[in-house]
Write a protein that binds this ligand. Sequence first.
Ligand SMILES: Cc1ncc(C[n+]2csc(CCOP(=O)(O)OP(=O)(O)O)c2C)c(N)n1
Ligand code: SF4
Ligand SMILES: [Mg+2]
Length: 352
Amino acid sequence: MATAPVPSPDQPKAVKTNHIGLQVLDYRGGKTTLCAGCGHNVISERIIDAFYEMGVQPERVMKLSGIGCSSKSPAYFMSRSHSFNSVHGRMPSVATGALLANKTMKALGVSGDGDTASIGMGQFVHMIRRNVPIIYIIEDNGVYGLTKGQFSATADMGSKLKTGVINDLPAIDTCALAVQLGATFVGRSFSGDKKQLLAMLKAAIAHNGTVVLDVISPCVTFNDHEGSTKSYAYAKDHDDPVEDVTFVPFFEDIAVDYAPGTAQEVTMHDGSKLLLKKLEEDFDPTDKINALKRLHETARRGEFATGLIYIEPDRDDFITQMNMVDEPLASLPLERTRPGREALDEIMESLR
Ligand SMILES: Cc1ncc(C[n+]2csc(CCOP(=O)(O)OP(=O)(O)O)c2C)c(N)n1
Ligand code: SF4
Ligand SMILES: [Mg+2]
């Protein structure tokens, strides 16, 4: 019987690379300063995996954030990308401007539940309404982690702080809001669900338009106790996946076998495919009313639906709606961006 050749100890180990020849190391960032065990650190790991596996050139990515522990996390992944840590709740307008200046970049926004659902709410809703092409991740722990754990607007009614204070205000469901406002990709996941979160992030990279991805991301320091509905234990027990998500990127020729009628196939803008295996009951993420119904029903049971909640792959994004020139504004020469004397005279004449 033939035996497998034993590699010599002097032989260099083959380094694993993605389809653009980069190693996973090329997608890493600085060492985290967040608390050990914070859900946000796990999300950073999945972002690294997703961008590596999708073979996105890190220099083609702009990372944007607001203020909070979550908003600090872009420092801990993809150091080679561009980064802008903006003002509290104001990341969407910075992202909109940056994308208008250079539409060839992939925008990745990282925010928190406080940054998004309180101070940033006005910016968040208009970003969605415009379908700004950004992957907007809400690292949702139900508290303002950075300012020592006060309830945020996504905290569930009746949930309890460590101090015993009960939240008696209803939660804002950022996914329901996003579906209602016309976001073209809405998903929810849990930092502890490695497989689902990775598939969702890869699909988000392939999407063209606003992606709202709300990720339950427990704050181990202020909101991981009994009585919290955003703790690891609660999230594990109350996660209700709407489907089993498999993502097949356009550059991989993989056939995934499902029995007829058990999976729904969604073709993404770039030709990638999402295969959504039905669980328990039928769920169609291209049906808005169905998506809202499912979100409300699970919330009423004290559970949270995860997976791809809603998708509309074909709506024009904000940059396309603006009818921008092909060449990014950032690289247009001055003579094409500054109107000449004649054009100015013409404008003045038209105003007489
Ligand atoms: C204009 C302004 N108001 C208030 C604050 C104080 N502040 C800092 S972070 C934060 C909330 C952060 O919560 P969240 O977005 O949920 O992030 P987390 O720390 O939980 O990840 C607040 C209110 C601030 N920095 N700037
Ligand atoms: S305070 Fe909470 S949210 Fe902030 S780093 Fe620590 S565990 Fe994470
Ligand atoms: Mg928070």
